[in-house]
Ligand binder design. Structure first.
Ligand code: PLP
Length: 390
């Protein structure tokens, strides 16, 4: 065979192989505590599961409207508005099989080869991959722990060139948990307007914030609805990762073309999942608050454990991750993760997977109740590494 696998060679999955590698190692070990993937251990609330079951019984086994069932798109619009977001009509919303697919649909719809897309770094890695598939150039805007990995308007402006077309905001950020303060979002929006950028605002973790931190929806700001695509989904706030329901919402001049691409990819999102999502958004919301409180309690446990070990971290203000700096172990974050897995049977990922430009950080998910045990195991491994170095 002479043909080369075009897509595989085009997308440079920097460090992404580490996820598979760590999974392979974990597979061969007993009783691994997983602080790896961003997949809640908490179950989808029972009333949402029941709505899915009922929908199946009533024949929700077909394709739906390509943009998503109208009642769900109305519920999404209402939900966005209720949380201070923009005023979207249901036909400005496209339901997708997860927010993940939305990233690729949007990138392929907006970016021409050679266009520049500005992406915070570290930041959720599929944005880089989506940009590469569109043959666009990813411009990494590097944030650092000195500013709690916060993106600023100055950083964005400094990265702009005549080729800049799209700016990605991930708020709260994965992997760092940083919530960009509302006043900074306003300043970044001003830069986007000044330089005529389209903003993809990933607000999938917006319901999961801690302390006084709150997300300012970008599209609700003056002059932003016409240049912002809001991306979100139900995976995180409602513990619905396996149902695969996400969405994007945007201006009327962009949505039809993007909806076309989504239709070409998926035809429509699974009907049963859309009915469950409708129940999630229109039913009681205390389940979201209960889950948020659970993650918050785990976050405190994990931070106390890191404090005791003298391992610094970025303040996690949202999402369900802790981004910790393990440079003091002296072996690099990638080697540290592998050692922790083999010797401590605790799985976490090095920051390189999220485009980190150092090998200093690890991302720890709060998606297990076994945090105290994980921290005890981590202490044993960290102590051993430090003894060796002494
Ligand atoms: N956006 C961010 C920042 C994420 O971390 C994730 C998943 O981890 C997604 C979007 C996609 O989630 P899903 O495809 O489950 O909606």
């Amino acid at each position: 065979m002479t043909a080369s696998p075009r897509l595989a060679s085009r997308v440079k999955l920097k460090d992404a192989h580490l996820v598979t590698r760590m999974a392979d190692i974990a597979e061969g070990l007993p009783d691994v505590i997983k602080l790896g993937r961003g997949d809640p251990d908490l179950d989808t609330p029972a009333h949402i599961v029941a709505a899915g079951q009922e929908a199946l019984g009533k024949g929700a086994t077909h394709y739906t409207h390509p943009l998503g069932i109208p009642a769900l798109r109305q519920a999404i619009a209402d939900n966005i508005r209720a949380h201070g977001g923009a005023d979207y009509a249901p036909d400005q919303i496209v339901v997708t099989p997860g927010g993940q697919q939305a990233m690729f649909v949007i990138a392929l719809g907006l970016l021409n080869p050679g266009d520049e897309i500005l992406v915070p770094c570290p930041g959720y890695n599929p944005y880089h991959q989506a940009a590469e598939l569109a043959e666009a150039t990813t411009v990494h805007i590097r944030t650092s722990m000195a500013t709690n990995f916060c993106l600023t308007a100055e950083m964005v402006e400094a990265a702009i060139t005549p080729k800049s077309k799209v700016l990605v905001l991930i708020n709260p950020n994965n992997p760092t948990g940083t919530v960009t303060p509302p006043e900074e979002i306003r300043r970044i929006a001003e830069v986007a307007r000044k330089h005529d950028l389209i903003v993809i605002s990933d607000e999938i973790y917006a319901r999961l914030t801690y302390g006084n931190h709150q997300v300012q929806p970008v599209a609700a700001l003056p002059g932003m609805a016409e240049r912002t695509i809001t991306l979100s989904g139900l995976s995180k706030a409602y513990a619905m990762t396996g149902w695969r329901v996400g969405y994007f919402a945007g201006p009327p001049d962009l949505i039809p073309a993007l909806a076309e691409i989504n239709h070409a990819f998926a035809i429509s999102t699974a009907a049963v999942s859309q009915h469950a999502a409708l129940a999630a958004l229109t039913g009681p919301q205390d389940c979201v608050e209960e889950m948020r409180q659970t993650y918050d309690a785990r976050r405190r446990q994990l931070l106390a454990g890191l404090d005791a070990l003298g391992i610094p971290y970025a303040e996690p203000q949202g999402a369900f991750y802790v981004y910790a700096n393990v440079a003091s172990t002296g072996i690099g974050a990638t080697a540290f993760c592998e050692r922790l897995l083999r010797e401590g049977r605790v799985l976490m990922y090095p920051g390189g997977i999220y485009g980190d430009y150092t090998d200093d950080f690890v991302r720890m998910s709060l998606t297990t109740h076994r945090i105290p045990e994980a921290m005890a195991r981590m202490k044993t491994v960290v102590d051993a590494i430090r003894r060796e170095a002494a």
